[in-house]
Design a protein around this ligand. Structure first.
Ligand SMILES: *Cc1c(COP(=O)(O)O)cnc(C)c1O
Length: 367
């Protein structure tokens, strides 16, 4: 017997979700975004399923090298570019496509001593104000990319702050299109392509598809939208976190559960203890008060967490699931219980749940 917690990863669901991205943006090439260990799903695993993807996007250099060593020959886009001049040579050796996140990076590339040019994604700050070349400096960066021998194929790129929200993308698209317009002359001879869409933009705004789309979260079966479920979009859950009931308690009215005694039984009730805690990646802030619980499925029936999440365990209400005993199957999220729902209850997003999956949780690949 081993501890019953495990993460099932559905390989066919990954392929299904990638195919949906392709179908939704049929004229575009697709970068499968696999940063953060493929959003916690395992870089190698996802790369194996999507080996024929048009390209991969990541930002960890060791991940990019791993992809090349797996035999991936398609473009690999480094979303944050290189860190320091010494990385430029490594980028060149592995034929990585670099994002140019500011004018400084453009100058560093121009000054680098490399044998072959690097393909570049000039990233412009169109309003998110995280990374990106500022509008007034766009001409300088574009000029370098158009003429300097160290710059290979050029793609103009930006990233949206509100593609999933009411503000949409128009306000940033307008600024991006102004930059594209200004680039048309200087890049006329060399040519260029464009890339702006994350999952939300890909699914919602056809005019953002352009040459390359960059879906991440949708590949992992989660919805980028608060008000549209993954199922409505046609996505399939990839990760299902499963465990079992490893203990049962009977509480009398007034008894409490867990650290801080934050849950107080209002009546006689049955409580199940699940082998899964925050050291496994389950969010500690998932509510389990008398007023608010977090959804969980036990023996195929929906119930809720009660009390605080501990490091290795959490408690669930079994009062209405009398047949659930020690050994009863538990689904924390995934098939039958969207990670998005659990994330919303816990005040976060499925991205964070997936990325937080702890290395100690065994992964089982399922078809
Ligand atoms: C992470 C990332 C994406 C993917 O975003 P999703 O919301 O997961 O689709 C796309 N582009 C850039 C620049 C990113 O950093």
């Amino acid at each position: 017997m081993t501890r019953p917690l495990r993460a099932d990863i559905s390989l066919s669901a990954i392929a299904h979700n990638y195919a949906l991205a392709k179908r939704t943006a049929p004229k575009s090439k697709v970068f499968a975004v696999v940063k953060a260990n493929a959003y916690g799903h395992g870089l190698k695993r996802v790369a194996r399923v999507l080996r024929d993807a048009d390209g991969f996007a990541t930002l960890e250099l060791d991940s990019a090298i791993q992809l090349r060593k797996l035999g991936i020959e398609s473009p690999i886009l480094m979303l944050e570019g290189f860190f320091g001049e010494e990385e430029i040579n490594i980028f060149a050796n592995y034929n990585l496509t670099t994002s140019i996140r500011d004018v400084e990076a453009a100058k560093q590339l121009a000054d680098a001593d490399i044998q072959a040019p690097l393909d570049v994604f000039l990233k412009f700050n169109t309003g998110m104000n995280r990374l990106g070349i500022a509008g007034p400096m766009s001409g300088f960066a574009i000029g370098l990319a158009a003429t300097h021998k160290n710059f290979g194929k050029v793609t103009l790129m930006t990233h949206f702050a509100t593609a999933d929200g009411v503000e949409g993308v128009a306000w940033q698209m307008k600024r991006f299109e102004d930059i594209v317009k200004s680039a048309k002359t200087s890049l006329a001879k060399k040519g260029f392509t464009q890339s702006v869409a994350n999952s939300a933009a890909l699914l919602r705004f056809q005019k953002t598809h352009l040459d390359w789309v960059r879906p991440g979260i949708m590949l992992y079966g989660s919805s980028p939208f608060a008000e549209r479920t993954a199922e409505e979009i046609g996505l399939k859950a990839v990760m299902t976190l499963r465990s079992e009931i490893i203990g049962v308690q009977t509480l009398e009215k007034g008894d409490v559960v867990g650290y801080g005694a934050s849950y107080i039984a209002q009546k006689k009730m049955r409580v199940g203890i699940v082998a899964c805690g925050y050291a496994d990646g389950y969010p500690r802030h998932a509510p389990g008060t008398n007023e608010h619980g977090t959804p969980v499925i036990v023996s195929g029936k929906r119930t809720r967490t009660i009390g605080r999440v501990s490091m290795d365990m959490l408690a669930v209400d079994l009062t209405d699931i009398p047949h659930a005993k020690v050994g009863a199957p538990v689904c924390l999220w995934g098939e039958g219980l969207p990670a998005d729902e659990v994330a919303t209850a816990a005040g976060t997003v499925a991205y964070e749940l997936f990325c937080a999956l702890a290395p100690r949780v065994p992964v089982v690949e399922v078809e």
